[in-house]
Design a protein around this ligand. Structure first.
Ligand code: HSE
Length: 399
């Protein structure tokens, strides 16, 4: 019998408990062993809840119980999750987490501690909610030199952008809906400013390179400046606006960034809508591959945590491979990357912009402004030019 403890009985934690209960027989048959949740750690009591009797408030009860072989950390935040995870691993208890903030900050250190103590630290749910991406990167994609990752990695912002594009919905109303549905972070700034996607691309870039890419080094822009007219322009061009997390290999250098991009109708990420996430990845041998699924939400995310629980249960006292060293990777300058840009300026500056850019086409939506798509140029060159023009309304990158 495998006995599990769940840390945090919130959205994801309660989902983990539910899946281990609802799908108990199928999980046990795939494990070849019975499995149950023995403890749930939370500060709160849950009177009337069917798992009320499993609630404990003292973490030592879990740490000191030799029957507990696997701990699911679904608390979120770095503290006290970091210390709790470390303490479990030092006792030889595997840890399965959905906590991207902790994984981004301390992932390689916790993997190392797990290895030294004959257990595993797994984090499938930390990127892309329910989408299998961490395990595929560590196994199926192991033969590849990954050249590029483009991901829609935040369900909340994709939900907002989809509703704004399709229904002309108001930004604040849609954000509220995403919060009510349990998609958004406690502080939604992490979603809408791109920090959540930034942490996730830092984790994926680390697995891509085998070294540590820090979130702090990832250039991050959010969706708060996108307005309803941007969607009209995008529609006219047959494009969608998506918050894209990108990691690229250029020569010997890697770059990583998060920003809104216009995506053409022919790109598979164009049709990824609502709370769905997708990771579009290019390997040097395999070519392109895309992983798609629900990027946030209780059961989807919890399913990924439980997949790790099953992996740990099947691999007791065995190391589950994951190449991620503590050596820091210095990212290259994303401004050296070449791409096209969509630009909106006040009609009064039309002459200036036409003189500065070799542009491919202009797009008309109103009489008061002028919009164009530039030719390919480096970000540095583009910024130089755009900063010298008056009355720029906004601009968006093209992917
Ligand atoms: N707030 C996150 C999102 C939750 O919206 O994608 C899943 O990490």
């Amino acid at each position: 019998m495998i006995k599990v403890a769940v840390l945090g009985y919130g959205t994801v934690g309660s989902g983990v408990v539910q899946i281990l209960d609802d799908n108990n027989s199928v999980i046990a048959s795939r494990l070849g062993e019975d499995i149950e949740v023995k403890y749930i750690l939370d500060l709160r009591d849950f009177p009337g809840d069917k798992n009320e009797g499993k609630i404990v408030h003292d973490y030592n009860v879990i740490l000191e119980d030799p029957e507990i072989g696997i701990v699911c950390e679904t608390m979120g935040g770095v503290n006290p999750a970091y210390q709790f995870s470390k303490d479990a691993l030092l006792k030889g208890k595997s840890v399965c987490t959905s906590n991207k903030e902790l994984v981004e900050n301390h992932g390689p250190e916790l993997i190392k501690i797990a290895r030294e103590n004959g257990c595993n630290y797994l984090f499938e749910a930390s990127v892309g909610g329910g989408i299998p991406i961490i395990r595929p990167m560590n196994t199926s994609l192991a033969p590849e030199n990954i050249q590029k990752i483009m991901g829609i990695l935040n369900g909340t912002t994709n939900f907002i952008l989809t509703k704004m594009a399709g229904e002309g919905a108001n930004y604040d109303d849609v954000l509220k809906q995403a919060q009510e549905m349990g998609y958004a972070e406690r502080n939604p700034e992490a979603d809408v400013e791109g920090y959540d996607a930034g942490r996730k691309i830092a984790i994926l870039s680390s697995l891509m390179t085998g070294k540590t890419v820090k979130f702090a080094d990832v250039h991050t822009e959010g969706i708060t400046k996108i307005d309803t007219l941007d969607f009209e322009y995008a529609k006219k061009m047959g494009k969608a606006i998506k918050l894209i997390a990108m990691a690229e290999k250029n020569g010997d250098e890697y770059t990583a960034m998060v920003a809104p991009f216009m995506i053409g109708a022919d790109h598979p990420l164009n049709g990824v809508n609502g709370v769905f996430n997708a990771i579009y990845l290019t390997g040097d041998m395999l070519g392109d591959v895309m992983f798609y699924g629900q990027g946030a939400g209780k059961l989807a995310t919890a399913s990924a945590v439980v997949s790790d629980v099953i992996d740990c249960g099947r691999n007791k006292n065995k190391e589950i491979p994951c190449v991620w060293s503590e050596e820091k990777l210095t990212l290259g300058d994303y401004k050296k990357t070449e791409r096209q840009f969509f630009v909106r300026i006040d009609m009064r500056s039309r002459g200036q912009v036409v003189n500065k850019f070799s542009y491919l086409k202009s797009i008309e939506v109103t009489d008061t402004e002028f919009a164009l798509v530039t030719g390919k140029m480096t970000e540095a060159d583009f910024l130089d030019k755009i900063n010298s023009i008056d009355n720029v309304i906004s601009w968006i990158r093209l992917a």
